[in-house]
Design a protein around this ligand. Structure first.
Ligand SMILES: C[S@@+](CC[C@H](N)C(=O)[O-])C[C@H]1O[C@@H](n2cnc3c(N)ncnc32)[C@H](O)[C@@H]1O
Length: 258
C-alpha cells in the first residue's frame, strides 16, 4: 500500500513554528479517484480502531461485563477489532455475535448513496468465518446469525438471548439503513444494562447528515420509547458516535447532555 494514501500527521518545524506536514503538488501528481477512496478508507479504519481501543478500556475500567453484538459485519474489519481488544483486555467470558444477512443490503430508499443497492456489500457466512478463524482470537465464541433483520430478529430469538446469554457490553450498529436499524434497536433493548456502549456507525452517513432520516432517525425514535437513557460518549470520525446506556427515571427521553 502506498504511503501517500496514509493519513499524514507528522509535524515539522518551519521557521521555528510547528507546521503539519502536508502533501504538496508533487506528491499529489496524478492523484485520482482510487487514491481518494484509499485515503478515506485508511483514515476511517484508523478512527474506528481508536474507538475500540478506548471503549474496551472504558468497559474494563467500569467493570461493564457482557457480550458483543455486531449488526452489519461484511468484511469482518470492525469485528476483528473487537476480538483483538477483547483479547487484549482478557475478556475471557465475552461472546461475540455477528448478525448479518450475509447476502448484502436489502432493498432501500431515501438515501443518497448510489452503491447501496440490494445485494451490495455481500460477504458470505463462510467467508466471514474464514476471516474470524484466520484472525485466531476467541474463534469458538463467535456465532454468526444469518438473515435480514426483519426476519431474523424475532421475539423468540430475543427471548432465547434473554434466557441463555449475557447482557450486552458493546453493540456495534453498522447496517447503513433506516429500515435495517429499526428492528436492531428493538432487538437489543431488553439486553441492555447500565454501561452498555452503543456504537452507531452511520449516524451522519448516507442521508446528507440529516437527523430526520437514516440510522439517526431510527436512533431518535428508539430513544423516545426505550426505558434506558443514552449519554453521548465518543465521536468516531465525521460519521459515527457512541452512547452509553443508563437508567434515570426522572430524566427526559433525550437524556442528560454532558
Ligand atoms: C457497511 S457493511 C458493515 C461493515 C463491517 N462492520 C466491517 O467493518 O467490515 C453493512 C453490512 O450490513 C448488512 N446489512 C444491512 N442491512 C441489513 C439487514 N436489514 N439485515 C441484515 N444485514 C444487513 C450488510 O449485509 C452488510 O454486511
Amino acid at each position: 500500500m502506498s504511503s501517500r494514501n496514509q493519513p499524514p500527521f507528522a509535524v515539522e518545524p518551519v521557521a521555528g513554528e510547528p507546521w503539519v506536514k502536508l502533501a504538496n503538488g508533487d506528491e499529489l501528481k496524478g492523484w485520482g479517484k482510487d487514491d481518494e477512496i484509499a485515503f478515506n478508507q485508511n483514515n476511517r479504519q484508523i478512527e474506528k480502531y481508536r474507538f475500540f481501543i478506548k471503549t474496551f478500556d472504558f468497559l474494563t475500567d467500569n467493570r461493564v461485563r457482557g457480550d458483543y453484538h455486531e449488526f452489519g459485519c461484511h468484511r469482518c474489519r470492525t469485528f476483528r477489532m473487537a476480538l483483538t481488544e477483547a483479547r487484549r483486555h482478557n475478556a475471557d467470558s465475552m461472546k461475540f455475535f455477528a448478525f448479518d444477512s450475509f447476502e448484502g443490503l436489502p432493498d432501500s430508499s431515501g438515501h443518497s448513496v448510489e452503491i447501496w443497492t440490494r445485494g451490495a456489500l455481500t460477504t458470505t457466512v463462510d467467508q466471514f468465518m474464514t476471516m474470524v478463524r484466520e484472525h485466531g482470537i476467541y474463534v469458538d465464541r463467535v456465532t454468526p446469525i444469518k438473515g435480514f433483520y426483519n426476519d431474523s430478529l424475532t421475539s423468540a430469538l430475543r427471548q432465547k438471548f434473554l434466557d441463555t446469554e449475557n447482557k450486552l457490553a458493546l453493540v456495534n450498529i453498522d447496517c447503513d439503513l433506516y429500515e435495517s436499524a429499526v428492528p436492531v434497536f428493538d432487538f437489543i433493548e431488553p439486553l441492555l444494562q447500565e454501561g452498555t456502549v452503543l456504537y452507531i456507525d452511520d449516524l451522519f452517513a448516507g442521508y446528507k447528515g440529516s437527523p430526520a432520516k437514516g440510522v439517526a432517525r431510527a436512533f431518535r425514535e428508539f430513544r423516545a420509547r426505550s426505558r434506558f437513557r443514552f449519554v453521548r460518549h465518543l465521536d468516531i470520525g465525521w460519521w459515527g458516535r457512541s452512547y452509553i446506556a443508563y437508567i434515570d427515571p426522572s430524566a427526559p427521553a433525550e437524556g442528560i447532555e454532558l
